[in-house]
Design a binder for this molecule. Structure first.
Ligand code: XIL
Length: 322
């Protein structure tokens, strides 16, 4: 292994990771890999609504500030994730009583307080995350119930007012699952573009699996690029145990298949126009800190670094893609 090679040096676009402050503080091997390999950082959780704004008149900035300071000290881009998400409203929002104007103000105040604080420090934001359901309709959530479908446009307008230089993304998952959800996402974005809503990028989470077809992955990346917007593969990981087998072991054969899938994704992404390549971000750093183990209660090995933050075959697959 040539330790002078790193992802951030080898790749012609930004390569990022979603990071966890607890691990940055406590685990040297983790922190060292983050500093060495990546040049863009996303907070895994620290910038979500509940974490930043746990009660109506309280903002808790400590963790988000820590990440932004860490990134600045180490010369990393920061991608903000996420201003509005169906999953993360705190209880005070769920229980909030107010008329339409009051809900509008709540949305605007949150977005503008956060974006203003990090103006000039956070390059880009996932403004709205996961607004589209699997069947292609807008997902039911408190924002849809209280503000109607306009909550999406409004979120972008408010974010843009607070920081006209920030690049604003719509982020979702499942572009590679098939046409139903993908088409709905692309239609949503096309509608925003037609209305002149300030949207600059499409975030594809790409929480995928090694059995996903290359054709579906190519369709996801190439249709996103066809919007003309910047394209961020925003939460990449490649699950190796999608069937939840509790005693599965990560064989050399599986590792090779994962390597090939990472290579294919990077190769396909590298072929879209350069000025649309916002970058690729993996969701977490190494297999030890993957969200998938906790989320699905199963063994899995979805990342390019192993449980000890050593490079896997998947790492070489990423390098081979360019
Ligand atoms: C996940 C985090 O990784 C977990 O730690 C947390 O418990 C739940 O959220 N799509 C997203 C991310 O947009 O915000 C999610 O992150 C993973 C799926």
């Amino acid at each position: 292994i040539d330790e002078s090679v790193t992802l951030q040096k080898a790749l012609p676009f930004k390569f990022g990771a979603a990071v966890n402050n607890g691990l940055l503080r406590s685990k040297a091997a983790y922190r060292d890999v983050v500093i060495k390999e990546f040049n863009s950082l996303t907070a895994e959780n620290a910038m979500k609504f509940s974490q930043l704004h746990p009660s109506e008149n309280t903002y808790t900035w400590t963790e988000a500030d820590y990440l932004v300071d860490f990134a600045q000290q180490n010369g990393k881009r920061v991608h903000g994730h996420t201003l509005i998400w169906y999953k993360n409203p705190p209880n005070w929002v769920l229980n909030y009583q107010g008329d339409a104007a009051a809900w509008d103000k709540l949305l605007k105040d949150h977005i503008q307080t956060v974006v203003t604080r990090y103006k000039g420090k956070v390059t880009s934001w996932d403004v709205v995350n996961e607004a589209v359901a699997e069947n292609g309709t807008l997902r039911d959530c408190i924002w849809l119930q209280k503000l109607g479908p306009e909550y999406i446009d409004k979120s972008f307008i408010y974010a843009h007012q607070a920081d006209p230089d920030a690049l604003l993304f719509y982020n979702d998952y499942g572009h590679e699952f098939g046409p139903t959800k993908r088409t709905a996402i692309l239609n949503l974005i096309a509608g925003m573009q037609q209305k002149g809503i300030p949207i600059h990028g499409i975030g594809m989470q790409m929480h995928t699996r090694y059995t996903q077809s290359n054709a579906n992955i190519a369709a996801a990346i190439n249709t996103a690029a066809a919007t003309g917007l910047k394209v961020h593969i925003a939460e990449l990981d490649i699950a190796m145990n999608p069937d939840n087998i509790q005693d599965l072991t990560y064989s050399a054969g599986l590792a090779e298949q994962q390597k090939a899938k990472y290579e294919y994704i990077v190769r396909t992404y590298n072929a879209i126009p350069k000025n649309q390549q916002f970058g690729i971000t993996t969701w977490n750093v190494g297999d030890a800190d993957t969200w998938i183990r906790g989320e699905y209660s199963r063994p899995d090995w979805p990342l390019p670094f192993d449980d000890n933050y050593k490079r896997k075959a998947a790492y070489q697959g990423i390098l081979d893609g360019v």
